[in-house]
Design a protein around this ligand. Structure first.
Ligand SMILES: [Zn+2]
Length: 200
């Protein structure tokens, strides 16, 4: 009878989790101050109602850590959850994990931020969005490697992977998944990309 597996313990909801609540209290004002006490999307000043929210969503392994938080007002937070095309079950989970663990994760965040901002705009233009996102992605994986200069904490190992098409696909496709459905249906095209040895 010893082989009977024990049932998983129910998870503590966050509002009962003391450690998490303490962390939220401490970090809240730090995050709000970084954004001048404005909502990161609509830029409305709203000290009382702003809350730290994940930039890279939980379903994409975005952790509840300082680097992945921005302040959103309740309206923008709700709208982001209601966005069409948001995938609760992204593909290529391992690749997303790798992207998020590189020293370039701040660049990755910029891509997600660009995607989310475009998706929230009322006059959403999938062409503009795809251009902006493709531009950010191409910077990230080295198409514009000489300009701007890369930071020094990028090791040759991470370069090899970040310059690969797997990294490109992981970031691009998953940034696209945060966009409204019509953006994806409009047909996304890749911007030109150079490999490490300079071939097209
Ligand atoms: Zn807002």
């Amino acid at each position: 009878m010893s082989n009977i597996p024990s049932l998983p313990q129910p998870r503590t909801p966050w509002w009962r989790d003391r450690g998490f609540r303490a962390f939220m209290r401490e970090t809240r004002h730090e995050i709000l101050a970084q954004w001048g006490y404005d909502c990161a999307f609509c830029a409305r000043f709203n000290v009382r109602r702003l809350q730290p929210r994940r930039i890279v969503p939980k379903s994409y392994f975005g952790p509840y850590q300082l680097w992945n938080l921005w302040p959103l007002c309740p309206r923008c937070s709700r709208r982001r959850h209601e966005m069409k095309g948001t995938s609760p079950q992204p593909e290529r989970l391992e690749d997303i994990k790798r992207v998020l663990s590189t020293p370039l994760r701040l660049d990755v965040l910029k891509i997600f931020k660009t995607a989310a901002e475009y998706a929230l705009e009322d006059e959403y233009d999938s062409r503009d969005a795809s251009k902006a996102i493709a531009g950010r992605v191409s910077c990230l994986v080295g198409f514009m490697r000489e300009d701007p200069p890369r930071s020094e904490d990028i090791t040759p190992d991470s370069w090899a992977w970040l310059g690969s098409s797997a990294a490109w696909d992981a970031v691009f496709q998953n940034a696209c998944r945060l966009l409204p459905a019509e953006g994806q249906a409009a047909g996304w095209t890749r911007c030109p990309r150079r490999t490490k040895d300079g071939a097209a």
